[in-house]
Design a protein around this ligand. Structure first.
Ligand SMILES: NC(=O)C1=CN([C@@H]2O[C@H](COP(=O)(O)OP(=O)(O)OC[C@H]3O[C@@H](n4cnc5c(N)ncnc54)[C@H](OP(=O)(O)O)[C@@H]3O)[C@@H](O)[C@H]2O)[C@@H](O)CC1
Ligand SMILES: Nc1ncnc2c1ncn2[C@@H]1O[C@H](COP(=O)(O)OP(=O)(O)O)[C@@H](O)[C@H]1O
Ligand SMILES: [Mg+2]
Length: 283
């Protein structure tokens, strides 16, 4: 297994600069399905990640308790609510998003598990699956076959272990993840230091990012970023690659100002602009 390094060259092959004549109606609509009582912040962080990466419209689908929180935290986002107050129980919407990001802060209540199952049965919108949605799939493995082809899964190491089982070496971990990617026809973003992306037998290794990212919510922001790129018609593998690269680049750019310790997931969101500008300067 020799990885393809995700560096400036790889990014410039994939990055699509903004068309001067674009408008919000064609810049993609991302739907973030996330949050539960005490973890609405995860939905906020993911939705902001989507908005800051060029998505024309972003809707957050949250339990009722998240309504005011999201509306006040992000006036740019639209909000749909579940019938339940504290957790998701029935995922229904009358909008037409081009991509859905599901899972951050969602919890694993029984009704939430059922809601995910029912959503997956009918859904054919390109999908990013993270956090508790991954944990629910690990508990209900037959539902993995319901994922659309090239769905992007973004597990951290513990979530990966729940999905593929324990590994006894780094090599074994990659073999198991490649087998998983082939079996379910999905892309696996193996978050870590560094992050690897597995698309069938191809392994990509990210070159940006640092330990400043070891902070609550940084994965939630990544979910929003990748969902946004997917909604903007990037191919799933390109959305995963560009998303992971930009996410890491924000930490590299911010580090001289924040140091490792004071960097927050919100700083990823605040630094995405500089990360994009650095891509434009490379062209
Ligand atoms: N503001 C909000 O609303 C926030 C909401 N959030 C939401 O909370 C939910 C629970 O998410 P979660 O990831 O904290 O719980 P969980 O899956 O049990 O994993 C924890 C265990 O995994 C491991 N581990 C993790 N990273 C690792 C690494 N790099 N390298 C190695 N190991 C690593 C580590 O295990 P250990 O090493 O301790 O055995 C750790 O104890 C989820 O929905 C999320 O979106 C959060 O995003 C926070 C902000
Ligand atoms: N030491 C590190 N170096 C580089 N990246 C890191 C490091 N620690 C964490 N990250 C990145 O931060 C993110 C953490 O995601 P995750 O564990 O899902 O956080 P959360 O669930 O709190 O949002 C991943 O993108 C991961 O690659
Ligand atoms: Mg996470």
């Amino acid at each position: 297994m020799s990885p393809i390094y995700i560096d400036q060259n790889e990014i410039l092959k994939r990055y699509k600069p903004i068309d001067a004549h674009t408008h919000k109606g064609i810049q993609g609509h991302a739907l973030i399905i996330a949050g539960s009582y005490g973890k609405i912040g995860a939905a906020v962080l993911a939705s902001k990640g989507s908005l800051r990466t060029g998505c024309g419209l972003v809707t957050a689908f949250v339990p009722k308790c998240g309504y005011q929180i999201v509306q006040i935290a992000i006036p740019e986002a639209m909000v749909l609510t579940d019938v339940e107050k504290k957790y998701l129980s029935a995922i229904a919407f009358d909008i037409k998003p081009q991509a859905v990001g599901i899972g951050p802060g969602m919890g694993q209540e029984e009704p939430t598990q059922k809601a995910l199952h029912e959503f997956l049965i009918t859904n054919n919108i390109p999908l990013v699956v993270d956090a508790d949605a991954l944990n629910i799939l690990s508990k209900n493995r037959s539902w993995l076959t319901l994922l659309p082809s090239k769905t992007i899964l973004t597990p951290h190491p513990k979530e990966l272990e729940r999905l593929i089982g324990e590994w006894d070496s780094e090599e074994d971990k990659f073999e198991k993840t490649i087998a998983f990617s082939l079996h379910y026809d999905v892309i696996v973003v193996m978050k870590g230091a560094p992050t690897h992306i597995i698309d069938a037998e191809t392994v990509y290794r990210n070159t940006t990012g640092n330990a400043a990212l070891a902070t609550a919510g940084s994965g939630d922001v990544l979910t929003g970023i990748i969902t946004s790129l997917l909604a903007q018609s990037y191919e799933p593998i390109d959305a995963a690659i560009l998303g992971v690269y930009l996410h890491g680049l924000t930490a590299d750019i911010a580090l001289p100002e924040t140091g490792y310790q004071s960097f927050l997931a919100s700083d990823i969101i605040l630094t995405i602009g500089k990360a994009y500008l650095s891509l434009e300067n490379l062209e």
